[in-house]
Design a protein around this ligand. Structure first.
Ligand SMILES: Nc1ncnc2c1ncn2[C@@H]1O[C@H](COP(=O)(O)OP(=O)(O)OP(=O)(O)O)[C@@H](O)[C@H]1O
Length: 532
């Protein structure tokens, strides 16, 4: 008879200790009518990496803040959050999803910013500096240590904020959309740093709306739908009917509250499942397009913007060198390139916001020479949507922001009294239309700063469209978008080119670049090359 007592070798290894546990955790923002999180259960053990994905508004950022203990003042929670490190050291370090809010504003250089968290937590100075250097090294930005923060590119800022977090050696790292703004090699370096962090006993929680190399390297993925953790089985059957069930049923009935975590290896996270949950899969091969976009063929290859001998220095470093570029009517040109390669510099120089070296020629629609034209007058020809939408928003509601973008009279001239009412009605109509196009109708009366970063960008894109420019310059418009918002963005961009406009768009999302663009250019060492 076999011995019923299991041998010690056959016993499962004891589970590593939990670093963070949320049990039946619910949260409601003050003044909100519905729960932002409803009965979430989550356990992060030493060495774990878990991704929580959901469409925009599903509560992934709220979950990140809940895990980091940052929700306290903002509403009411029920359930339990346990964090062993709460007795003193370790704890949770979090990087938020707002690229504009990641640096403290208290320091001047990259090195000082990376060392600051340690200094604020009372570490000896020598340790702070040593850890800061090690973090900068691990993330591949040691060369930027002495750089003033104000001179960093978007990706460089993101990595600097991460470096600061790593110096605290937290038990748990919570990263809300950490890949946004990172190029492929920075993402790989970050993946390696997270691996090392986990091997040393740390746990990682990633949240966001996109599936990418980092979420694919997690052990598990959870999906959120309107604050509820939803059942997502490994097969398509698990995903079927999710949207129909979730939200309308009680947590008991729809399975929320039971931790149904899915292994994230690609074999089990299939396309249907990600689509079902509204997640943009940045790793997927681009959808094939056999024909060129029809509108491009229709309008012929009319040059709308011609750039020659464009050189730009930042401080004393040459970033763009003698660059030549043509943008064509009805075409989308994708601008690829590593972090810090100069994509934003190029777009800003075209918009007249960064000075070019003498000799540059920028010729706009109808042969207008733009190189000498100041930025505010270029905007009618070339509308620029910068990397940080906050820099371009100033009104207190989305509607007011957009109203402001439409000049009432032709060329901004004053209108006669009798023409005012019809002009106001027309403006109202245009604004309404563009809000619908950009998916902002429900946010019309919101303060732009209360929107999530992707919607803030939508607001700036909507303003740009209202200017009716010939050329649209978009800097990283895909950040923080779920699948529906990506589709909306594509529709908006193709709508613009259908009407004969040209688009130049800087992006790190190679799938989207391949799907949306008529051609792809890569910026490298100050020069543009066709993407291989
Ligand atoms: N105001 C500035 N002063 C000095 N250097 C700057 C300034 N802004 C950017 N730089 C530097 O110029 C280079 C190009 O930056 P830019 O922001 O154009 O790159 P990018 O390709 O858009 O990067 P990312 O993909 O990270 O957004 C980088 O080395 C950056 O650090």
């Amino acid at each position: 008879m076999p011995d019923p007592t299991p041998s010690p070798e056959s016993l499962p290894a004891p589970l590593p200790p939990a670093q963070l546990r949320l049990t039946d955790f619910s949260f409601q923002y003050r003044g909100a009518e519905t729960l932002a999180l409803a009965g979430v259960d989550l356990v992060l053990r030493a060495g774990d990496a878990v991704a929580v994905l959901g469409p925009q508004g599903a509560g992934t950022s709220t979950l990140a803040r809940a895990a980091a203990g940052l929700l306290g003042e903002h509403g009411h929670s029920t359930g339990v959050r346990e964090l062993p490190g709460e007795d003193g050291h370790g704890g949770v370090g979090m990087l938020g999803d707002d690229p504009e809010a990641q640096l403290t504003g208290l320091t001047r250089t990259v090195h000082d910013e990376a060392a600051l968290p340690g200094r604020l937590s009372g570490l000896p100075l020598a340790d702070c500096f040593e850890r800061a250097e090690a973090s900068l090294q691990a993330l591949g930005i040691a060369g930027l240590a002495e750089r003033p923060l104000a001179t960093l590119s978007g990706g460089e800022r993101q990595l600097t904020a991460l470096a600061g977090l790593l110096t605290l050696r937290p038990d748990v790292l919570v990263l809300d959309q950490p890949s946004q703004a990172l190029d492929a090699s920075a993402r790989r370096r970050l993946a390696r740093s997270l691996r090392a962090f986990r091997d040393a006993g740390g746990a990682v929680l990633l949240t966001g709306h996109q599936h990418d190399d980092l979420t694919a390297a997690c052990d598990q993925v959870l999906f959120l739908d309107r604050g509820r953790q939803v059942t997502a089985g490994p097969a398509a059957a698990g995903a079927a009917g999710l949207s129909a069930e979730a939200g309308g049923l009680s947590p008991e009935a729809d399975g929320a509250g039971q931790c149904d975590q899915v292994q994230a290896d690609q074999l089990r996270l299939d396309d249907a499942q990600l689509d079902q949950h509204g997640i943009w899969d940045a790793r997927r091969a681009p959808a094939r397009r056999d024909e060129p976009f029809p509108e491009a063929a229709q309008h012929g290859r009319q040059v709308l913007l011609s750039v020659r001998e464009l050189s730009v220095q930042r401080e004393t470093t040459p970033v763009l060198q003698n660059l030549a570029l043509d943008l064509y009517a009805s075409e989308v040109t994708a601008l690829l390139g590593a972090n810090g390669s100069g994509k934003s510099t190029l777009l800003s120089a075209l918009a007249g916001l960064v000075p070019a070296e003498p000799g540059a020629r920028i010729t706009g629609p109808g042969g207008v020479a733009l190189a000498e034209v100041p930025a505010h007058r270029r905007a009618g020809h070339l509308a620029w949507v910068g990397q940080d939408p906050g820099d371009q928003l100033s009104a207190s509601t989305v509607r007011a922001e957009l109203m402001r973008a439409v000049p009432l009279g032709p060329g901004g001239r004053r209108l006669r009294r009798e023409d005012r009412a019809p002009a106001l009605a027309r403006r109202e109509e245009q604004v309404q239309e563009v809000m619908e196009l950009a998916g902002l109708s429900a946010e019309a009366e919101e303060h732009p700063y209360d929107l999530v970063p992707a919607q803030r960008k939508d607001c700036v894109i909507a303003s740009a469209l209202l200017l009716r420019p010939a050329v649209l310059l978009l800097d990283e418009p895909t950040l923080g978008r779920d699948s529906a918002a990506m589709t909306r963005l594509s529709t908006l961009v193709r709508g613009f080119t259908s009407a004969g406009g040209a688009v130049l768009v800087a992006t790190h999302d190679q799938r989207w670049a391949a799907e949306i663009s008529d051609r792809q250019l890569r910026l490298d060492a100050g020069h543009l090359q066709p993407e291989a």
